[in-house]
Design a binder for this molecule. Sequence first.
Ligand code: FAD
Length: 334
Amino acid sequence: MNQFLSQDYDLTAHNTFGLAAHSQFARTIVDEAEIPSLFALADQQGLPVRMLGEGSNVILSERFDGITALIATRGRELIVGDNGDLILDAQAGENWHALVAHTVGEGLWGLENLAGIPGTVGAAPVQNIGAYGVELSDRFVSLRAYDRVAGAFVELDGPACRFAYRHSLFKEHRGRYVVARVRLRLSRSAKPELSYRDLSALAAPDHPSVVMDRVLQLRAAKIPDWRGLGNAGSFFHNPVVPAAIGAAFMAAHPTAPAYAQADGAIKLSAGWLIEQAGLKGYRDGPVGVSAQHALVLVNHGGASCTDVLGLAEHVVTTVHDRFGIRLQREPELL
Ligand SMILES: Cc1cc2nc3c(=O)[nH]c(=O)nc-3n(C[C@H](O)[C@H](O)[C@H](O)COP(=O)(O)OP(=O)(O)OC[C@H]3O[C@@H](n4cnc5c(N)ncnc54)[C@H](O)[C@@H]3O)c2cc1C
């Protein structure tokens, strides 16, 4: 077992928050064929298994008694689909942004709005990543995953993945599926998605790099770079409240951002709520609320999972006391 697994593995460099964290055992997966044997070993030893990509959407606990599977499979392929569409087939351990930049460099449209999102390809369907008016599900064809319950690899299409806003089947059955490869639909003809207000000024871009460059500019201005100041991006979901609550909220706060949803519910801005509650730039020891973007919690250095959870609770309580709205956390506690 010692040859197959690394022991007492330090994960501090494996999470963008930079939280101090150790795993009892770790295994770097470089070939999907290793996944079934890893679960067989774990079952034999009675150890839990958790998956980790680049650790950009997790709050790692200080100690995990089990096996952390570090997904590092590499490879990508462009296939011409039945109707002439281009299908990109990428392995789970590929870096998401590198993949986007590669397709944009080839002049292919489809992923440019999703540039700059940290993490791996395999984790992208888990929370149905989204930004600047596009979600992964908009470009999704299918994926291959190892189903721990079936004990076999399965192919899942969009409906089977149950995608919704920052949600998928994989959040409903945590730990059951290991995403091994993802297929996405791209296009050689210009299909810019510019509905997001900060992109509308681009008019008619003639290359996806125009959109990608603008997205990267906007992201750099908004979100602190985790390589300098540890963070997990947006820490809270934008709350979606029933129409009546939304109407009362908007009457009381006419300048607050509010977006009507198809079902009549209203989506509010978690960042605005935190800022108005007076917490932008707030600091509590090694952790704080970013002074750049109130939706981002940051590690000023040496923080642990306990510090982050304590700050998150303070933010949730303060916003609830002020507005009566309870924020929900986005990163998973692993
Ligand atoms: C600065 C910053 C900006 C961000 N901006 C955005 C944004 O604009 N939009 C957005 O949607 N998200 C954003 N995020 C969140 C994050 O980048 C995404 O959720 C990303 O997809 C996580 O990838 P990861 O490889 O780091 O996953 P991890 O954090 O390692 O894992 C996330 C979850 O996926 C599971 N998982 C990982 N790999 C697999 C696999 N192969 N199979 C099954 N489960 C797996 C893990 O167990 C965990 O539950 C941002 C994060 C940061 C730090």
